[in-house]
Design a protein around this ligand. Structure first.
Ligand code: MG
Length: 164
């Protein structure tokens, strides 16, 4: 196959946090007083990772593939959307080399859930958990994220050409 052997991708997303919603990161539900508002399940990390892998392959973005205007994505499981998007990436001849992510929220603390989040992403992206990393940060009480009103996620990935 011609063309580059590696491609980098970047994804970012932010969701408001409101009472009465689940707090989901890569499909892992974390006990919290508030959770992500969204047309889908609001899983901010799944959305950032979806945009990273799609962007690396130059295919689309999450809003194009799964438009919020389409009723079929209401309350959708965002890990199903990620698997579907990554299926397109694989069909285009790529495999994931590694993925690195940062999630910013004032609370809850994410460290106890990190291994579960890494395992969930690794399973969806057909790699080992060692190929996926996730860091939790606070916003030092600054701005809306620091006030606990939102959660932000950034993901960077490297794709490599799959062996034919
Ligand atoms: Mg989103």
């Amino acid at each position: 196959m011609s063309g580059p052997s590696f491609r980098i991708g970047l994804g970012r997303d932010l969701h408001r946090l409101v009472p009465g919603r689940r707090f989901l990161l890569a499909g892992v539900e974390i006990p919290s007083e508030s959770g992500e508002l969204g047309h889908s399940d609001g899983d901010v990390l799944a959305h950032a990772v979806t945009d990273a892998v799609l962007g690396a392959a130059g295919l689309a973005d999450i809003g194009q593939l799964f438009p919020p205007s389409d009723a079929q994505w209401k309350d959708a499981d965002s890990m199903v959307l990620l698997r579907r998007a990554f299926g397109l990436v694989r069909e285009a001849g790529w495999r994931l080399s590694n993925l690195d992510c940062v999630v910013v929220c004032e609370k809850p603390k994410l460290l106890p859930w990190r291994d579960a989040i890494r395992a969930s992403l690794a399973a969806a992206l057909d790699v080992e958990a060692a190929d996926v990393f996730v860091k939790g940060k606070t916003n030092e009480k600054v701005d809306a994220i620091g006030e606990g009103l939102a959660v932000d996620a950034t993901a960077v990935c490297l794709l490599e050409r799959a062996k034919p």
